[in-house]
Design a protein. Structure first.
Length: 414
């Protein structure tokens, strides 16, 4: 692989601009033929794109993971300065400057946000390492993960086998980065995400949870149409066949809403009325609550009127934070490995540099009380505190006026 990586247009892009969807996916769990998810990644992506509740939940969780951004840090003891490569420019730079340059050139902020979304939704996200930098691998282009060799277990090393959407056949171990979450002994080397659980079926006689939810929606929509505008039978028991034909024509001319029909003849209108079946309302509510719970986003639970108490929501949020931390660690480990390769390519010592990914803003937030405590403890002077209060807290103070002397504390009376 050539270094340093720079942002250039790749001549052999992994996926063509005009992608065509395919429905056939090779599925096998045998190590000889490769592993694929039991619910294909294409099906999972399709569910994410079409279900608004599911999509919003996954986007919200990915924003919790990376919404505040991230910043890089290098060990303060590593002060090596090297000349910039010719492809970058003239002058010298530090390891942190080199890393920040590479992150900007590869649009890593947006790339990792996509990776976090795919981790939550599908449990897997892939980046292809090329001479020009990194390139996200569309999950719909992946057919299987296959053995690298017969002597190495697939749980340790594997290659990506692409379907006919991609321009290349496979990507070997070491040429890609695989972010994965919720890996089990049965799914390894794939991870699992939220969507798969909604699409999986217990057996052929039991629909998936998402199928059940949509079946209920379809049935309720059909029932609403049938009973809000039911088929009516107008009965004129004493009308002749000729008169009945005339009345039928007049009735058909009536508008759908607000029509009036006057007659001095004996008649009746018969329409269906829905039966009130016991248990249906509770069943539908329970199904919806189960669907929201399966997505695992407490912000959605808080919007459900019944089924979740304030205490249960608070407990869910605590568990939710642990889930966010777990996803962050998953991203952090792989990105730092990738950064080590980047620094090595630029000539720096990655082991000494110790590049770290830190979540949140580079600038640490503080409150006015924090500032006052810093003054009281002698960390900063009152003059320095006034500057920060005017700059950050937008206090309107006179820059030329001296800082007031602190009021002496009274000694406690004996």
């Amino acid at each position: 692989m050539k270094f340093p990586w720079s942002k250039k247009e790749s001549k052999d892009a992994l996926v063509p601009e005009n992608k065509t969807k395919i429905s056939k996916t090779f599925i096998s769990i045998d190590d000889t033929y490769g592993s694929s998810p039991s619910i294909t990644l294409t099906n999972q992506v399709d569910a994410f794109e079409k279900d608004p509740i599911l999509r919003e939940s996954i986007i919200h969780t990915s924003m919790e993971i990376l919404g505040t951004g991230f910043f890089t840090s290098i060990d303060d003891k590593y002060t090596v300065v090297l000349p910039k490569p010719n492809s970058v420019g003239v002058g010298n730079w530090t390891a942190k400057e080199a890393l920040d340059y590479w992150n900007t050139e590869n649009n890593l902020d947006e790339v990792l946000l996509t990776c976090s979304l795919e981790l939550v939704a599908y449990g897997n996200s892939f980046l292809l390492l090329t001479a020009n930098g990194i390139q996200p691998i569309p999950l719909t282009s992946i057919s299987t993960l296959d053995n690298m060799s017969k002597t190495i277990p697939k749980t340790e090393q594997y290659k990506i086998v692409f379907n006919n959407i991609a321009n290349q056949r496979e990507a070997l171990w070491g040429s890609f980065v695989h972010f994965r979450a919720n890996v089990t002994t049965d799914t390894n080397p794939f991870g699992t995400g939220v969507v798969a659980g909604l699409l999986e079926k217990w057996d052929t006689n039991c629909d998936s949870l998402m199928d059940q939810v949509y079946m209920i929606r379809k049935a309720m929509t059909a029932g609403f149409g049938a009973f809000s505008q039911p088929t009516q039978v107008w009965v004129f028991p004493k009308a002749s066949d000729t008169e009945l034909g005339t009345k039928k024509t007049e009735i058909e001319k009536l508008p759908q809403y607000g029509g009036r029909f006057a007659t001095n003849e004996e008649m009746s209108i018969i329409g269906p009325m829905p039966n009130k079946e016991r248990g249906y309302d509770e069943f539908i509510k329970t199904m919806f609550d189960q669907y929201i719970m399966s997505i695992g986003d407490p912000s959605l639970k808080a919007s459900v009127e019944s089924g979740f108490t304030e205490a249960s929501i608070r407990g869910s949020i605590e568990l939710y934070r642990k889930k966010i931390q777990y996803m962050r660690r998953t991203l952090k480990r792989q990105v730092e490995k990738m950064w080590a390769t980047v620094l090595k390519g630029y000539g720096f010592d990655p082991d000494a540099a110790q590049a770290k990914l830190n979540f949140g803003a580079d600038e640490i937030a503080w409150t006015v009380s924090d500032l006052m405590n810093a003054v009281s403890n002698g960390v900063i002077t009152p003059e320095e505190a006034r500057v920060q209060l005017m700059k950050k807290a937008k206090w309107e103070l006179d820059e030329k006026a001296p800082a007031p002397k602190p009021i002496p504390k009274e000694e406690p009376k004996q």
